[in-house]
Design a protein around this ligand. Sequence first.
Ligand code: ADP
Ligand code: ASP
Ligand code: MG
Length: 411
Amino acid sequence: MPVLVMKFGGTSVATVDRIHRAAKRIGVEVAKGYDVIVIVSAMSGETNKLVGFVNDTSPLYDAREYDAVVSSGENVTAGLMALTLQEMDVPARSWQGWQVPVKTTSAHSNARIEDIPTDNIMAKFGEGMRVAVVAGFQGVSPEGRITTLGRGGSDTTAVAFAAAFGAERCDIYTDVDGVYTTDPRITSKARKLDKIAFEEMLELASLGAKVLQTRSVELAMRYKVRLRVLSSFEEQSDDAGTLVCDEEEIMESNVVAGVAYSRDEAKMTLISVADRPGIAAAIFMPLSEAGVNVDMIVQNISEEGRTDMTFSCPVDQVKRAEKAMNAAKESGSINFHDLVADEGVAKVSVVGIGMRSHTGVAAKMFQVLSNEGVNIKVITTSEIKISVLIDRKYMELAVQALHDAFELEKA
Ligand code: ADP
Ligand code: ASP
Ligand code: MG
């Protein structure tokens, strides 16, 4: 029988009642003749609560134990979903990551899926089970310890299962009815897209649109998974939601497809480092080893052999970054006059494959921000995106102004 993957995010399984509604939706697909693999997140708020417990217990925690704790939310919803389906006479069984097993790297708290053997679940489908409910977000390392896939990781679990089982489609049920031109919580003018190209979705996700985890889009693109985002709160037709697909499948699109933002960024500047070969490596190697996710990097003009180096990273990694830089200074591998952290910045980006063939998008973006009196602190570009770092207090204003200026409410 054809296999379908259906993923339900936190708000879609937030209560026993919601789980029941999701189960009814699953029952519809089972009745159509699909064997269904259901991926569930933890109930909404649950993972945040667990992360809070870990931080309160041990601020510089052992990531293996972090994973042991934060993976547990999904175990609850997987069992409850299987029970709910059984109550509806749908043969269902739950699976934790290690039982499948979802084999991952040992990069705890941010592991990558390496392999998903299909034999255990296929054997059960062969025996008449119709739904395998799998706890999202978790796997098992080569050492046999529980791992997690990074926040939002259940999306990646879902796409990886769709690829492994050759599923007809991977449906991501969430609390919005598709992918919008920007987060609909920021502007009511945001417009739902019927289709979006993998590459645009990849950029939007990696630039902060948390509707899909970046890695899930990467996997879908690589393994040609038909990926759809739709609402678990409304009745859905077969072509509802947003299809993430190859750009060839999209007839007409705007130059700018969407605006993304990332609220909790920090800008760090090392004042007066020696401008010599190897300085960037000497700064960014220890940051990488400390697990700091450096994003934008700017090296300023050098004067008398000294320069300033600026980089951005998530604001909750500032302490880690400071520790790594001070340790590098003490060891003598780098020398700097001061380390200044600006913890009040956000990143706003415009994304669109149309930028490959259209000029002037950057100039227009800067003009719009200037008209609003928003100062740009750092700029980065790639072929299909432009990102700026600005004061966090202007973030919403900037997103709205850019959405208006690029007329994204219009198809
Ligand atoms: P889930 O719990 O189902 O995984 P998430 O909260 O992770 O859901 O992702 C859905 C949220 O993503 C939406 O509620 C919305 O606020 C946010 N979002 C950000 N950017 C976009 C966008 N471009 N289109 C749709 N939703 C977006
Ligand atoms: N529960 C996990 C998180 O909140 C994974 C997910 O929901 O996708 O990050
Ligand atoms: Mg999510």
